[in-house]
Design a protein around this ligand. Structure first.
Ligand code: BDR
Ligand code: CA
Length: 309
C-alpha cells in the first residue's frame, strides 16, 4: 500500500539516506519536504534538500521552515555532518525552486488539503516545525495518520549522556509533539544504533554500481570517519531512514505503547526522553516507542530503494 508522507528534515548524511529511501521505494509518495535548522543552518540544510531531491528525481514542494528552536539558540553538528551539513559529496544544481511558503505552512496546507488519515509525518530533525505547526493549526493533529519521528531513546543518549541530538536541540517543541493526541512513535537510538552501515552493507550498495550508489558510497565515506572520530562507532548508525521504514513496513520495528515525556529543565538531563515502563501503569497514551529492529530487512528495504533510482 502506498503511503503519503511529509519529510521534515535537516540533511544531514542520514537524512539524505531517508530521502533516497523515499524516492526509490514504490510504496512511498512524498507529498512535501520541509527543512529545519539542526545538523547545519537552515540555509545549508535547505540547499542540501533541494540538491538531494534533484539527484533523486523527486519533484515535490520543498519549503524552508524554522531557523532555530522555539525557545533556544540553534547548536549545529558540524563534527558529524561537516561544514556543509553534507560533507564528502557534491550535489547537483537544483532543478526546482524553493516553495515560497514557510515550511510550517506547507506542512499545514498539505495536511488540511488531504483526506483525513492519509498523511504520515516523518520528522528527521529537531521537532521545531512540527511543534509550531501544532500550535498554529491544532486541527492537523486529528487529520494526520501517524507521526514516526527519529529522535530520543529509552536508555541512551548521543549529544549528552541523557539526550539524543534532535530532541536536545528543541525539547520544548518535542514536548508539544509528545503531548498531542495523535499516534506518535519515537524511533530512537535504542533501534537506530543497530542500523549500521557495515562493510557488508556498503559492499551491497557498491555492487549496484549506479551514479546514486557511487554518491552513497562517498556520503558514507565521510560519515564513517566522523562517527568513528566523534562517537567511536566502527560502522556508523544510519538513524533517519529507520523512522521512514517504520511507515513503509511497520513489521521491521517492534514498538510498544508507552507514556513518554521530555525533560526541558534538567540540570544534567535536558532533552532526555523519559519512558514510563512500570508494568502496573496502564495509560491510554498515544505515544509509542520502538524497541527492536530487524536490521536485515531494514537494509533490504533501503538497498532495494537505492537500486531502483
Ligand atoms: C539524529 O541527529 C542528526 O545528527 C541525524 O541526522 C539524526 O537525525 C541522530 O541523533
Ligand atoms: Ca536528521
Amino acid at each position: 500500500m502506498v503511503k503519503s508522507v511529509i519529510l521534515d528534515c535537516d540533511p544531514g548524511h542520514d537524512d539524505a539516506m531517508a530521502i533516497l529511501l523515499a524516492a526509490g521505494h514504490p510504496d512511498v509518495h512524498v507529498r512535501a519536504i520541509t527543512t529545519v535548522g539542526g545538523n547545519q543552518t537552515l540555509e545549508k540544510v535547505t540547499r542540501n534538500a533541494l540538491g538531494l531531491a534533484t539527484l533523486a528525481g523527486l519533484n515535490v514542494p520543498i519549503a524552508a521552515g524554522h531557523e532555530a528552536p522555539l525557545d533556544r539558540p540553534l547548536v549545529t553538528s558540524p563534527e558529524i555532518h561537516g561544514e556543509s551539513g553534507l560533507d564528502g559529496v557534491t550535489l547537483p544544481k537544483p532543478t526546482m525552486d524553493l516553495d515560497p511558503r514557510h515550511g510550517v505552512n506547507l506542512i499545514i496546507d498539505t495536511i488540511m488539503e488531504s483526506e483525513p488519515g492519509t498523511i504520515s509525518l516523518v520528522p528527521l530533525g529537531p521537532l521545531t516545525n512540527i511543534g509550531a505547526a501544532v500550535q498554529k493549526e491544532p486541527e492537523i493533529v486529528s487529520r494526520v495518520a501517524e507521526v514516526s519521528l527519529m529522535g530520543g531513546g529509552m536508555s541512551v543518549g548521543n549529544a549528552t549522556a541523557a539526550a539524543e541530538f534532535n530532541i536536545l536541540t528543541d525539547p520544548e517543541a518535542t514536548s508539544i509533539v509528545f503531548s498531542a493526541p495523535w499516534k506518535v512513535t519515537m524511533v530512537g537510538l535504542d533501534v537506530t544504533h543497530y542500523a549500521q552501515a557495515t562493510p557488508e552493507v556498503l559492499d551491497r550498495i557498491r555492487a549496484i554500481n549506479s551514479p546514486i550508489s557511487h554518491f552513497v558510497n562517498d556520503l558514507m565515506a565521510f560519515f564513517i570517519q566522523s562517527n568513528l572520530a566523534e562517537q567511536n562507532f566502527a560502522a556508523p548508525p544510519i538513524h533517519d531512514p529507520v523512522a521512514l521504514a517504520n511507515i513503509i513496513d511497520p513489521t521491521i520495528l517492534k514498538t510498544e505503547r508507552l507514556p513518554i515525556v521530555v525533560e526541558t529543565q534538567g540540570e544534567y538531563t535536558t532533552g532526555m526522553t523519559l519512558v514510563d515502563r512500570r508494568p502496573w501503569i496502564t495509560s491510554l497514551t498515544t505515544t509509542h516507542v520502538a524497541t527492536e529492529i530487524d536490521v536485515e530487512r531494514f537494509w533490504d528495504l533501503v538497498i532495494g530503494a537505492i537500486a531502483n533510482l
